[in-house]
Design a binder for this molecule. Structure first.
Ligand code: IPE
Ligand code: IPE
Ligand code: MG
Length: 261
């Protein structure tokens, strides 16, 4: 792996990936869509392993959206089967590499055997300190926001918080992603220029990177390219270049989180 030109001191703290293009990858080869999903596994491995090696603390993977439930039953079933199989098969590796697994999304919609394997993997890896992999399954950014509103409204109704005390930090604290920082870099494969209901609240100043490469072809080299591109970006958070050049140490991101320039 050629890591030359990658500045190890300026790596993102949190990378999020919309893993798209499995179906097209398969169609181009005259294979079934399921085969595309199957091939995506090696790409997942590649980005997890390289993130771990580089010391990137958080990696979020969008694996299944709430809208993906609308796909043909056979495809959904096959995806769920693959998911369960991967979660079980990759667990020893997660333990070896100190990877903590978190899952976000409407887990109650997952078939019982998948949910069981998922919960088991999350439980088994909960004390791992190497890095955190966040799996977004049956996830919807809008649904996450709706749940947050419900949670805060309940607190107000019960008199546990005043309307005037609602702030960005509190909103972040009621999202499913409450325990993880906002992504610095969001990668989408397959060339689509959209968010497809992934993180909405969490990406106000996230750097976006879209590559035409289809997910099963996205491996270490492509990932390094994305990280290098990220390092070429100037993150201004609304300020001027001159302010950034002066190296203001007190730059603050929306939500009051400390900026990592
Ligand atoms: C991404 O690949 C995997 C999931 C959404 C589950 P797709 O299955 O969306 O592949 P394309 O976009 O049809 O090529
Ligand atoms: C987004 O991909 C969801 C995941 C990658 C899990 P889709 O293939 O579902 O997105 P659209 O339909 O092209 O927007
Ligand atoms: Mg797609």
């Amino acid at each position: 792996m050629d890591l030359r030109g990658l500045d190890m001191r300026r790596l993102p703290n949190h990378v999020a990936i919309i893993m798209d293009g499995n179906g097209r990858w398969a169609r181009l080869r005259g294979k079934s869509r399921i085969e595309g999903h199957r091939r995506g596994r090696a790409s997942v491995r590649a980005v997890v392993e390289l993130s771990r090696k580089l010391g990137i603390p958080y990696l979020s993977l969008y694996a299944f959206s709430t809208e993906n439930w609308l796909r043909p039953k056979d495809e959904v079933n096959a995806l769920m089967g693959l998911l369960r199989h991967y979660l079980a098969a990759e667990q020893p590796k997660m333990m070896r590499h100190g990877i903590r697994l978190l899952a976000i999304g409407e887990k109650s919609r997952l078939p019982a055997p998948v949910l069981q394997t998922l919960n088991q993997a999350v439980r088994a890896t909960r004390k791992n300190k190497g890095m955190t992999v966040v799996l977004a399954l049956s996830y919807s950014g809008r649904h996450d926001i709706v749940r947050m509103v419900q949670g805060i409204a309940r607190k107000v109704k019960e008199g546990r918080c005043a309307v005037k005390d609602i702030n960005e930090r509190m909103v972040s604290g009621h999202m499913e992603t409450c325990s993880i920082p906002d992504p610095d870099l969001l990668i989408r494969t397959s060339g689509e220029m959209r968010i497809s209901n992934f993180f909405l609240w969490q990406i106000p100043y996230t750097e976006l990177y879209v590559t035409p490469t289809l997910w099963p072809d996205f491996r270490e080299g492509e990932y390094v390219q994305a990280l290098k591109e990220y390092q070429r970006r100037r993150r201004r958070f609304g300020r001027t270049d001159e302010q950034i050049d002066r190296g203001l140490s007190s730059l603050v991101q929306p939500g009051g989180l400390e900026n990592r320039i």
